[in-house]
Design a protein around this ligand. Sequence first.
Ligand code: BG6
Length: 464
Amino acid sequence: MPALYALAVRRLLPPRFAIVGVARTEGDDDSWRKEMEQAVKEHARDEFRQDVWSELAEAMRYVSTDFADEGGEDKLEERIEACEREQDLGGNRVYYLAVPPPAFPTIVEALGKRKDDRGWTRVIVEKPFGHDLQSALALNELLRGHFQEDEIFRIDHYLGKETVQNMLALRFANGIFEPIWNRQFVDHVQITVAESIGIEGRAGYYEAAGAVRDIFQNHLLQLLALTAMEPPVEFTAESVRNEKVKVLRALHTPGPKSVVRGQYGRGFVEGEEVVAYREEKGVASDSTTETYVAAKLFVDNWRWADTPFYVRMGKRLARRETTIAIQFKAAPHPPFEESAAEGLRPNVLLIHVQPDEGVSLAIGVKVPGQGMQIRTVHMDFLYGGAFRTGMPEAYERLILDVMLGEATLFTRADEIEEQWLLVDAIVAAWQRDKPGFPNYAAGTWGPPSADDLLHRDGRSWRRH
Ligand code: BG6
């Protein structure tokens, strides 16, 4: 709703338009409007404007139903048809399924059955897309039984983030990066998706998902794919996704020593004392669900062979930070005395996905004054400084793209399947032994074994 509100503020929604909210909670149009008004006031990036809200609220309807109920779908259909009649909407529909995965089959069947050719029908499927490869294959088959691929939008909201899309601009709109974007010049890549928040009351979902299904399988692997992909021929859904899937296919299954999992214990996050994961409401006191994953991955192709991609993600870490760091090889022969270059580190191109969105390049420069001392400094580009407009939320772009039928920023079936293939192999190895959880304190940067993963290679995680 905050995303739809932001679109309404910018007059980007179609002039004739309706939103029908469906959930099990009892309620009516007015109670839902009130609840959403509150949500928009709290979460929208724009100041609240009564005139914009009133117009949007007028287009909102609510249906309380359970899809498992006989007749639930009829109730919804009646409501939608009434909207279409009253406002002469012409039959174009977007169904947004932000529902628990077990509900997908019933809903997809019901929607598929009622599809007609009065207008287009598109369906947005929220993550997690299945629970493993097998369930994802089944869900893809079910969807394909009722919808064409170009009517299915598998959402991964990281692809809607400005800074993630900027990875494509940075790489392919500039001539200087591509020639050195490979194993000859890059020492390794580090991708971090760190969150300071915990599970935010979502134990029911998170206990079954864990960090590997919640973030690694989707957001993280997509960031990796965009970093490692070949230049697409054109910026179209098929070209971009063809290149991404090649990277996912080339990912080498990591051995057990190359993957670290963790779970947070008690600690302090941003000055506040927080409970251990096992003490969160709804979490089993002996839960073995991981809240942290780090891994060393390899992309087995000509561009990247033998170049490690170190990735890590976790909840209740010291800070919220999503970054992609391309660490280049050190200069082959610096002609300075060793003591002069003590403060020099290899070049790093750092993409700040969030917060403090921007790009930063670490370079060595001479310290002013006598002699020749060299130190690393940063050349920074900050969105906030370069562009005066605020950053749009990912969902604004993505919801609008669905209405326009633009699928470039959505994941295709084959990408999701490749992602699961890797995750299934990681999870299978975990079944063999019981982890010693908790193994990191909330508010730290994860378990010590994650540091060892890099130390073994003579490297370390980027300093914070
Ligand atoms: C969601 C995960 O997909 O992404 C959450 O389910 C996570 O667990 C969230 O907190 C992070 O999104 P963002 O945009 O805040 O980085």
